[in-house]
Design a binder for this molecule. Sequence first.
Ligand SMILES: *[C@@H]1O[C@H](CO)[C@@H](O)[C@H](O)[C@H]1NC(C)=O
Ligand SMILES: *[C@@H]1O[C@H](CO)[C@@H](O)[C@H](O)[C@H]1NC(C)=O
Length: 343
Amino acid sequence: KPKCYPLHSVVLLTILILAFFGYGFLSSRHLMPAGVRAGHSVAVRDPDGWQVVTLSRMLYPQPMVLTPSRSDALTVTPWLAPIIWEGTFNIDLLNEQFWLQNLTVGLTVFAVKKYMVFLKAFLETAEQHFMVGHHVTYYVFTDRPADVPHVLLKEGRQLVVLSVRSYARWQDVSMHRMEMISNFSEQRFRHEVDYLVCSDVDMKFWDHVGVEILSPLFGTLHPAFYTANRKAFTYERRRRSQAYIPWDEGDFYYIGAFFGGSVAEVQQLTSACHQAMMVDKAKGIEAVWHDESHLNKYLLHHKPTKVLSPEYLWGDWLLDWHPVLKKLRFVTVPKNRQKIRNP
Ligand SMILES: *[C@@H]1O[C@H](CO)[C@@H](O)[C@H](O)[C@H]1NC(C)=O
Ligand SMILES: *[C@@H]1O[C@H](CO)[C@@H](O)[C@H](O)[C@H]1NC(C)=O
């Protein structure tokens, strides 16, 4: 028969337990913007172990089975990976889930040779829009570490400069990114972050890019091909290349400028692409779109678990956009490509 304690000591004990064990959870959430600090959960001990107690409620519109979130776009692939469009997710719900896991996201970017000019705006806009409220580590790969601009970072965010060699041809700089990401994943990223997001540097964030993109393996639809027939995709079509994709195969054309996933998956992807490029090199062939061609071959055979719509990578050269795009979140910076690529 359980003993009875006086009510006031039970209340006091409960308050002490909440204060003590709740602290860790609440403190891991101090990065959250105040506006979405709804639905606090804390762990308290009960006789059978730990129990999560929800202290307040989250109110949001009910998902309705007969009302698709978007009727104008494909929102799931035939292998049941979500395709991420504005209107298909509730960011407050997703933030809650990711905050409970206290994750760190690594963002890799290469500022090699003249591409350093893009880094400041890239980082400044990432501070405004990328994974706001979560732990972020920027990994800046560069051959000129002294030129990395000073950008004021918000709490919970840090920048790590990784010195790498450069290559004479921009194609080699681009292709060797796979090797470097793979090497550093093995050496340090897997000890430091949970997810890796790999991006080009000549880009600016224009709008929210958050945890809705995170998944074991994600790729992004190339904005120039998202409505195209697979025969129009600029896959490598020569059989001799490891990146070869026949005309009657292919799901989407993914852009090389934005992909990611868990550190383990990104390491596998980058290592496989690097190996394939080395095989091609030994045969004296280079895929038509370099690392992007190999990325497309890899994602054909290792289907991504999320696919990002072109909201997540839009080209400055694409003047008109289809009404299917409700937001442009991440956009290339206009530039004189030849001049930047051939310093
Ligand atoms: C959350 O993660 C950060 C960074 O990895 C770490 O410093 C912190 O101690 C973690 N907090 C909790 C409550 O686990
Ligand atoms: C990556 O690691 C391999 C094996 O350790 C090494 O041979 C290679 O030089 C490294 N590449 C770069 C670019 O650091």
